[in-house]
Design a protein around this ligand. Sequence first.
Ligand SMILES: O=C(O)c1ccccc1NCC(=O)[C@H](O)[C@H](O)COP(=O)(O)O
Length: 208
Amino acid sequence: MRTRVKICGIMREADLSDAVEAGADAIGLVFYARSSRNIEPQAAAALLATLPAFVMPVGLFLGADPEWVREVLRQVPLDLLQFHGRESADYCRSFGRPYMKAIGAGGVDDVRGLAEKYGDARALLLDGNEHGKPGGTGHAFDWNHIPAGLGRPLVLAGGLGPDNVCEAIRKVRPYAVDVSSGVESALGIKNTQLIQTFMNEVRRGDSE
Ligand SMILES: O=C(O)c1ccccc1NCC(=O)[C@H](O)[C@H](O)COP(=O)(O)O
């Protein structure tokens, strides 16, 4: 089965177009004010108006007030919610939408224990949390210590890029990979060539 790809932190129409053209399966929109990749709902809705079929829009939240999540959902047609903080399973499922739960890997979080809490998550996103930063850091964690049999599709994230995603796929064989910094030429600005090379390297990882 081919590795699916989410390209996260999309803020511009040109970047959305590059991700779609390169074959991304999902694009991530960050609704977290403390992130440099944060996008306002109105801008996100305008972006998604240009999104063709068969590319999944994912909305990322971190410790958000539930009313904020509901407000974003009123304005933005998201297919999947991604919760990147310490949100409870009840909180995650309270919006009545499919969700993905991010878990800090690299030894900080009890991955297996946390995975068991989110039994109805559509996927678990294992991310590095460098120096307590929850995500979007561009730093990878040690892929050698990912527990087997987590019971949910595994999305590998954190510090992936054209230079290491093939190795990551060969080592971990994740359901999907997720990338943001590794395909940027500057914070929040995606790079067409990096996106295309990243996707080529994902395909190479699948073929080996
Ligand atoms: O992208 C952000 O700015 C961000 C900020 C705070 C929490 C999560 C964030 N992104 C979540 C993602 O899904 C990223 O794609 C993932 O952490 C990988 O990021 P990167 O290491 O930059 O590829």
